[in-house]
Design a protein around this ligand. Structure first.
Ligand SMILES: NC(=O)c1ccc[n+]([C@@H]2O[C@H](COP(=O)([O-])OP(=O)(O)OC[C@H]3O[C@@H](n4cnc5c(N)ncnc54)[C@H](O)[C@@H]3O)[C@@H](O)[C@H]2O)c1
Length: 370
């Protein structure tokens, strides 16, 4: 599309993650990969903060449509609250512009499927904000799963916990996440859609899910959920996700049990976080704990990343996205990947509602899964 020219990017939504996107765009501007053309947010303070992070957007707007309509915007990042994604994605598709949309795609599953189908029909390059896939530790586990050296993966335990992201628990935080009509769900949909993507990426699409949810804090979305998942591949696993009152904490832990190894990985989403860790236990050997800085450096070498000042893995996701568009290639993680993650989460909600296991068939069927 743009060949060697920097890609003209517009950003819609300049809140918490929008400002991280803006900072990543700023670094990509310095790299010569993109131009920060336009940004929109109803909040002036938010769009000004994003503009500072992006080293200055050429224009700032209240309404996201103005970004999409800007002739200089060749591709759009949608980082506004979940319930606004659908209309903005459709507007970008109507304008023929490639996009990156934050997760979750929408509060309810039928809309996710519609969005997926519309994106696929458009043929435009579109990526979803599953930035975990660009974390060197998830990448390391993915290589262990596909490499075969440890035998077949048999099962896993995934735990994701973080502070309740709402203003009553974290003063100053936005509060739409504790409202079902805006967020669609709580810890499972809003946060652990990342985990649902990771386990679908590592072990293939889910076949059946049995789950329980609770709302301990009394909002109309869940703050704790536990799910047992059987994948099409035969791998079985459990997922526990929690929003609680431990302010400042955000941690993901994945344990994978192979035929000939146990692997434990802990990750946070800031580069160099103290929570990060990886342990590989093979038979009759002392556990291996790879040196993390070298592991990260090797991952970034493979991606061709030379910057030393990257602090959020989203930079890697945005960089790959911009490169996919410039090369007129499909982007990853795709809307198809998002459909698989959303279907797993939706099956968990239906199971929690009915008290019975839910099979991913009918409207929950994933293209390509048997
Ligand atoms: N991939 C990730 O790791 C990650 C992390 C955080 C949030 N998210 C997702 O990103 C989205 C935004 O989350 P957030 O934490 O930044 O929320 P936030 O509440 O901090 O910020 C949202 C911003 O969008 C603005 N906004 C509201 N309606 C808008 C509209 N119609 N057009 C443009 N801007 C609008 C608000 O004024 C606010 O500044 C959500 O879907 C969320 O789930 C993803």
């Amino acid at each position: 599309m743009t060949g060697n020219r920097p890609l003209g990017v517009g950003l819609i939504g300049c809140g918490t993650i929008g400002q991280v996107h803006a900072a990543s765009l700023g670094q990509l501007v310095e790299d010569g990969e993109v131009r920060a053309v336009a940004a929109a947010d109803p909040s002036e303070a938010a769009r000004n903060a994003a503009s500072r992070n992006a080293l200055g957007f050429e224009s700032l707007h209240e309404d996201g449509r103005a970004v999409i309509d800007d002739a200089g915007v060749e591709a759009v990042v949608i980082a506004s609250p979940t319930a606004t994604h659908r209309d903005l994605v459709y507007a970008a598709l109507d304008a023929g512009k490639p996009l990156l949309c934050e997760k979750p795609l929408a509060p309810v599953f039928p809309v996710v499927r519609e969005m997926h189908d519309a994106v696929v029909a458009s043929g435009l390059t579109a990526q979803v904000g599953f930035h975990s896939r660009f974390h060197y530790l998830f990448d390391a586990v993915q290589h262990l799963v596909t490499g075969g050296e440890l035998g077949a993966p048999m099962g896993y335990v995934l735990r994701e916990d973080q502070f309740w992201p709402t203003g009553e628990i974290v003063p100053g935080h936005s509060s739409w996440r504790s409202n079902r009509s805006q967020a669609g769900g709580g810890a499972l949909l809003e946060h652990t859609i990342h985990g649902a993507d990771v386990v679908s990426w590592l072990f293939g699409p889910a076949r059946q899910v049995f789950a329980r949810t609770r709302s301990q804090f009394g909002y109309d979305v869940e703050d704790i959920a536990a799910a047992t998942v059987e994948h099409e591949s035969g791998v079985v696993g459990t997922i526990l996700t929690v929003f609680n009152g431990v302010r400042g904490r955000e941690e993901r832990r994945l344990e994978v049990f192979f035929e000939r190894a146990a692997v434990e990985m802990t990750a946070d989403f800031v580069v160099g976080a103290r929570e990060d860790g990886l342990m590989i236990q093979r038979p009759d050997e002392e556990a291996e704990r790879p040196e993390l800085d070298s592991l990260r450096a090797a991952h970034w070498d493979r991606l061709g990343v030379t910057r030393k000042d990257v602090w959020f893995y989203l930079y890697l996701a945005a960089r790959e996205w911009a490169r996919s568009i410039r090369a007129a290639q499909p982007a990853s993680p795709s809307f198809g990947d998002a459909l698989a993650a959303h279907a797993l989460v939706e099956a968990a909600y239906r199971s929690a509602e009915s008290g019975a296991p839910v099979t991913l068939e009918g409207d929950l069927a994933i293209p390509g899964a048997s």
